[in-house]
Design a protein around this ligand. Structure first.
Ligand code: NDP
Length: 344
């Protein structure tokens, strides 16, 4: 039976540091949407999965960044996998799976140009569209290949290595013939990184991590792919080879801090003539199809492995899941299942 209402989650109060469950976001109830609400070229979608992304914390700050902040009272932004419920577009039919950025809502009406048809390749699954074949896989691809110019023989160190982006970085680096050291926050994650083919993997929460890191980087770093910033970036700078490349992808250790700390030894960039370059994956939109093709091929050939952590409990679970992301709940891609359905 069709639902009479649907829920969405809006920003209620900007957090000053950590997200406060029950305070930062609020749930709103709306009258259910139907085909009668559609104009020509529009599609009604039912959300199945939300992508949870570290950048979301930044979108809650009223500061200048690569996208405007989410406004108070505005629906929380985010990429989703959804199913078409009704369509007034020739491009999408009822029952199609799509990806879109309709945010934290159970239902939405989107214009056809805002949707991408989701096709599951051989060896793939629906949820890959938000992970290994989606934004995080593409971030790994362009960051390492285009920004980092990885090549055979490089010694590549990856922070946040067991996450959605980092785990793909480690594997592409191996495919390109590099030697790889992955850094992650638990022994289980370290084990998984070794299964993925990393030559070395360290738990940065281990009391002896500093000494272990120094030993593991005794040959010095050619390429550092940084997902976390802060203290680990400082340690990597101290072990950088002359003319090394630092790929500045993310700084999750800083996102919840009211007063973020930079690395104290940033002058190593000068001493070691490091090329340190930030990038945003959306700069590469035109090149996404070609990159996706290569990622699909690696996945189908079994050369690229992935894990995902799926939090159940519907839309209301998203806020707590986002908090948990910053505590490392996930191995691989973190998703929230909004609607239980075997979409595969
Ligand atoms: P992940 O799947 O990697 O999840 C985040 C992980 O970060 C957690 O699982 C946790 O793992 C780790 N983490 C959390 N807090 C800390 C901390 N204080 N110090 C070290 N590690 C921490 O997320 P994504 O793959 O989606 O994103 C990874 C990074 O890439 C983020 O910084 C994100 O902002 C950035 N990004 C950048 C893009 C771009 O275009 N530049 C696009 C997409 C992502 P652990 O248990 O190991 O601590």
């Amino acid at each position: 039976m069709a639902q009479s209402t649907y829920q969405s989650v809006v920003l209620a109060k900007r957090p000053t540091s950590l997200i406060v469950p029950g305070e930062t976001f609020t749930v709103q109830e709306h009258k259910a949407l139907t085909a009668a609400d559609l104009k020509d070229g529009e599609v009604l979608v039912d959300t199945l999965y939300l992508s949870l992304d570290p950048a979301m914390r930044g979108w809650l700050n009223d500061t200048r960044s690569y996208v405007p902040p989410v406004q108070i009272g505005e629906k929380m932004r985010g990429a989703v996998i959804a199913k078409v419920l009704a369509s007034k577009s020739a491009k999408f039919a009822e029952g199609n799976y799509v990806t879109c950025s309709t945010g934290w809502t159970e239902q939405a009406i989107a214009k056809e140009k805002e949707l991408t048809l989701l096709e599951v390749p051989a060896g793939g699954q629906v949820t890959d569209a938000l992970g290994v074949l989606g934004m995080t896989g593409l971030t790994a691809y362009f960051g390492l290949i285009d920004v980092g110019k990885v090549k055979a023989g490089d010694f590549v160190v990856v922070s946040g290595a067991a996450g959605a982006t980092g785990s793909v970085v480690c594997q592409i680096a191996k495919l390109k013939g590099a030697k790889v050291l992955g850094l992650a926050g638990s022994d289980d994650k370290v084990e998984w990184l070794k299964e993925l083919g990393c030559d070395g993997a360290l738990n940065y929460k281990d009391p002896n991590f500093r000494a272990q890191f120094k030993e593991a980087t005794k040959d010095l770093i050619d390429v550092f792919f940084d997902n976390v910033g802060g203290e680990i970036l400082e340690m990597a700078l101290s072990r950088a080879k002359a003319h090394s490349r630092f790929i500045m992808c993310g700084a999750i250790s800083q996102y919840n801090d009211a007063k973020p700390t930079g690395p104290k030894n940033i002058s190593m960039v000068i001493a070691m003539r490091i090329r340190m370059e930030g990038f945003i994956v959306f700069d590469y939109v035109k090149e996404f199809p070609a990159a996706r093709k290569e990622l699909v091929q690696w996945l189908s050939d079994g050369k690229l492995k992935r894990k995902e952590t799926i939090v159940k409990g519907g839309l209301r679970a998203a806020e707590q899941a986002l908090v948990a992301l910053y505590n490392g709940i996930n191995t691989g891609k973190l998703l929230v299942e909004v609607k239980a359905e075997n979409a595969n």
